[in-house]
Design a protein around this ligand. Structure first.
Ligand code: SAT
Ligand code: MN
Length: 610
């Protein structure tokens, strides 16, 4: 008897990995797709999938003479960002998820989601995507397998991860992998026609840290559906990292070379949509300095045999915020995109088949907006969603550092923490020591952005820019950071130095005090000088800030008074932060490391508060 149609392709598995085969079979039986396709990652597969997506109306090919092999996608207007209120950490013990995550018991979540998954791929194809986060040549490659019923997800995963045949072959028969299950939650009845962007009003983004599994349902948006990204590389990996003594962080990685040719590696954590991609690809405005890119969103940092912290970017592509990206703010991103092979989601389409978004200068007279409607400069709404994204291969970045493919990563010299704050936080501050740096990271405050659904512009504490991404108790996470600060064999000299930056401080009339973008190279220069022991600093209650004249402002077209104001530590402003920090620490309860309270007490004493 031939296999029933429901499992077409299931028996054509190009692997003999028993656990993988059993899992794929189990999910196929539960979700009842019409066919199962094992993704090989080939150019032919990309061709086939993008053609199918064009036919389905999900994506539109761009003009190949402007953006070769690139596509314009529009989502359902309700499915545009991460859904933090629908994101769950399903640890066995509720206390392990902590007060900053939504929690449900694993059994209960699995029971509920199993009912949602039952038959949910009817009428669709189920894709199996083997992938590897980080270089395939790593000593212990970090594998995942995503099952999804979305061809858009497969195409995007091909850009964002090392996937397909190469990953599957490397997995052999017994490699461990993070099982990632995704469905848009939109089964098709017999003869029922599809919509361009299938999704479901019911959404769950669930993580099972103990069993290293991810179950995602109802959304096709990147952060909810490309499960190698935030779900694996941060939420699950942070739990793995806690167990194994390393760090999985929401950080860009850059290589900075001075005019004298000395090289420093910097990792920097900012909340979503606060300029990580721009900093990672910065073009310095100060002569002789060079930035090269290693990553724009995620850093996995492990101790090397020499006791230094080495960072690897587990991703293979860039999933950047489009609005605001242009030839002035991020020319290297524009060059990366010009090379093609990209998917643009929720931006606007020009009449000649290119993409456009707010921040690209003068708008064309006519566009098709992210809703698919005609748009002119007189339109009341922006043409692109504020969280619209480009998805593009990192290999196309013209300033990609050669170390990118090195499975050992790069030794980090400095860690920058930052948020988006109109007031209070100086342009740059150096922490006194590691624990003070952990305190600065633990108390990062930032105005919320469009990267998550919900209100924009509300100040919230965002520890290490990881608030939505810590896969366990935030207090335990901070304790883990404190532990890492003990170094290997107590050798703390080799640890990165920690800094806190704020590009977003404003003057009385709302103007930005600091121009940002390429000019941020001036701040990086001061950071390097501090590492070298040459940069002048003054000690303030909140840490070390550049001494007057220490920041290189030669040729900078900004009033001196603005730069000075950007660096001000105003005790009154800082005093008003204290109740918020106290409230935040109280929320973390007993698991907050005692040294964090000690840091807060010391700050209060320095500010003259009893
Ligand atoms: O979550 S995404 O990866 O889609 C983007 C972000 O919020 O950093
Ligand atoms: Mn991010």
């Amino acid at each position: 008897m031939s296999a029933p149609a429901v499992t077409a392709g299931l028996d054509k598995a190009p692997t003999t990995h028993p656990r993988l085969l059993a899992w794929v079979r189990e999910i196929a039986e539960l979700t009842t797709p019409d066919a199962v396709v094992w993704c090989d990652g080939s150019p032919e597969e990309w061709q086939r999938l993008t053609t199918e997506l064009v036919d389905a109306g999900t994506i539109v090919p761009l003009n190949p003479s402007i953006k070769p092999n690139s596509f314009w996608a529009r989502t359902d207007p309700s499915d545009v960002a991460r859904v933090e209120e629908r994101t769950f950490i399903c640890s066995v013990d509720e206390a392990d998820a902590g007060p900053t995550n939504n929690w449900m018991a694993p059994g209960e979540m699995k029971r509920a989601m199993t009912e949602l998954y039952r038959g949910c791929m009817t009428g669709r194809t189920m894709y199996v995507i083997p992938f590897c986060m980080g270089p395939l040549t790593a000593e212990n490659p970090m594998f995942g397998v995503e099952i999804t019923d979305s061809a858009y997800v497969v195409a995007s995963m091909r850009v964002m991860t090392r996937m397909g045949r190469q990953a599957l072959d490397k997995m052999g028969d017994d490699a461990n992998f993070v099982a990632c299950l995704h469905s848009v939650g939109a089964p098709l009845g017999p003869g029922e026609s599809d919509v361009a962007w299938p999704c479901n009003d019911t959404k769950y983004i669930s993580h099972f840290p103990e069993t290293r599994e991810i179950w995602s349902y109802g959304s096709g948006y990147g952060g909810n559906s490309l499960l190698g990204k935030k779900c694996y590389s941060l939420r699950i990996a942070s739990a793995i990292a806690r167990d194994e003594g390393w760090l999985a962080e929401h950080m860009l990685i850059l290589k900075l070379t001075s005019p004298q040719g000395s090289v420093r590696y910097i990792a920097a954590a900012f909340p979503s949509a606060c300029g990580k991609t721009n900093l990672a690809m910065l073009e310095p405005t100060i002569p002789g300095w060079k930035v090269e890119t290693l990553g724009d969103d995620i850093a996995w940092m492990r101790f090397g045999p020499d006791g230094r912290l080495y960072a690897v970017n587990p991703e293979y592509g860039l999933f950047g915020v489009a609005p605001g990206t242009d030839w002035k703010t991020n020319p290297n991103a524009m060059r990366t995109l010009a090379a093609g092979n990209s998917i643009f989601t929720n931006v606007a389409l020009t009449d000649d088949g290119d993409v456009w978004w707010e921040g690209m200068g003068e708008p064309p007279a006519h566009l098709t907006d992210w809703h698919g409607n005609d748009w002119t400069p007189d339109s009341a709404q922006p043409s692109s969603h504020p969280n619209s994204r480009f998805c593009t291969p990192i290999s196309q970045c013209p300033i990609l550092a050669k170390e990118y493919e090195d499975p050992r990563g790069v030794p980090i010299d400095a860690i920058l923490f930052g948020g988006r704050r109109k007031t209070t936080i100086p342009l740059v501050t150096q922490a006194r020591d590691w624990v003070h740096g952990v305190y600065l990271g633990a108390t990062i405050s930032s105005e919320t952005t469009a990267a998550a659904t919900g209100q924009v512009g509300v100040v919230r504490r965002d520890p290490m820019a990881m608030l939505p991404f810590i896969g366990y108790h935030a207090g335990d996470y901070l304790q883990h950071w404190v532990e890492v600060g003990k170094g290997v064999g107590g050798d703390t000299d080799k640890l990165p130095k920690i800094f806190y930056v704020n590009w977003f401080r404003r003057g009385d009339d709302g103007r930005f005090l600091w121009p940002g973008f390429g000019e941020n190279s001036r701040v990086l220069k001061w950071v390097v000088e501090r590492l070298d022991g040459t940069g002048e600093a003054v000690e303030t209650p909140v840490g070390f800030v550049p001494a007057p004249g220490a920041l290189d402002v030669s040729g900078l077209d900004v009033p001196e008074a603005d730069v000075a104001e950007a660096l001000v530590v105003d005790p009154l402003e800082w005093r008003s932060e204290i109740p918020q920090v106290t409230e935040w620490f109280e929320k973390l309860g007993d698991k907050l490391p005692a040294v964090m309270w000690a840091e807060l007490d010391a700050l209060k004493a320095r500010l003259g508060i009893d």
